[in-house]
Ligand binder design. Structure first.
Ligand SMILES: [Zn+2]
Length: 289
């Protein structure tokens, strides 16, 4: 299928207490693993691209990175017959506009650094551009930290305030709201818990589907509870990178003479595909395409 705006599938999941997964891709092989797993599970799926993925793929030029990912994402989506969305995560204004022009079907503007009023104004304006193009719009209120390996203080996280979340959604018209419940980006172990009471309070104030960032660092019980309480889009990145890399590491460790990249990248792709299938079943998206 051509790339889809996946909002109807997320809304359906939201109404029925299951989740749609968004998987980060940094390479072509990772994109392939995501769509092949979705096909095998008959699940709708989101390929997600981060700002750092754009820098990597574009060799430091984010717009070139967007061009690459848009082109590969279209081929990946066309290679399967389940709905696939291509989402740009945590982007600035220029990247959001470029992504919409290049055919991404979902975007997230990250105005964390901006004063509230400016964040609202830009999010609203970008949402209008996105909607005119048939693209799904996500934004975040509160902050899921991106520590980049640096230590963080779990008590210093700016968790989402329910009333501010309601005001933000009303003022911006976003389709999906990312909220901070205690998760952190980039953790390798599922050691964190979510503030599920806060989630219930947010749910009472906000009717749009909610998004969990940083799920790789959260214990599975809390993710499962959170999905039932309204976290209809679950972002998964580090967990996939772990699976891909452990596959590659095993092959290279077993054969010090190996030089053909296909022989280890292919194993990484297969290892990641298994992980994506497991997560699609876990969030409840399998069979929902
Ligand atoms: Zn995120």
């Amino acid at each position: 299928m051509t790339l889809q705006n996946i909002l109807p599938w997320i809304q359906e999941a939201h109404q029925n207490g299951y989740g749609i997964a968004a998987f980060n891709a940094n390479t072509m092989e990772q994109m392939q693993a995501i769509v092949l797993a979705a096909q095998a599970e008959n699940a709708p799926v989101i390929i997600q691209v981060s700002h750092r993925a754009l820098q990597y793929v574009g060799s430091g030029n984010e717009i070139r990175g967007l061009q690459y990912m848009a082109a590969i994402g279209k081929v990946a989506a066309n290679s399967v017959d389940v709905p696939v969305s291509l989402h740009l995560d945590h982007a600035n204004e220029q990247e959001v506009l470029q992504a919409i022009a290049l055919g991404f079907t979902s975007v997230m503007f990250d105005g964390d650094d901006l004063p509230y009023a400016e964040n609202v104004a830009i999010t609203k304006r970008l949402g209008e551009v996105a909607h005119a193009a048939g693209v799904c719009m996500e934004a975040e209120i509160g902050e899921v930290p991106k520590p980049d390996g640096a230590p963080f203080d779990p008590n210093a996280i700016n968790l989402t305030d329910p009333e501010e979340a309601a005001a933000f959604v009303a003022a911006t018209g976003v389709d999906l709201l990312a909220i901070a419940l205690g998760s952190v980006h980039g953790l390798k172990d599922k050691s964190l818990s979510l503030d599920l009471d806060r989630l219930q309070a947010i749910r009472q104030h906000v009717s749009v589907p909610l998004v969990l960032h940083g799920s790789s660092g959260v214990n599975n019980d809390d993710i499962a509870q959170g999905i039932k309480l309204g976290l209809a889009k679950v972002n998964i990145a580090t967990q996939l990178n772990k699976a891909f890399t452990s596959g590659v590491r095993q092959v290279l460790a077993a054969d010090g003479e190996l030089v053909d990249p296909r022989k280890y990248l292919g194993v990484g792709r297969d290892a990641q595909m298994a992980e994506v299938r497991e997560r699609l079943r876990f969030v409840g998206a399998s069979g929902k395409a």
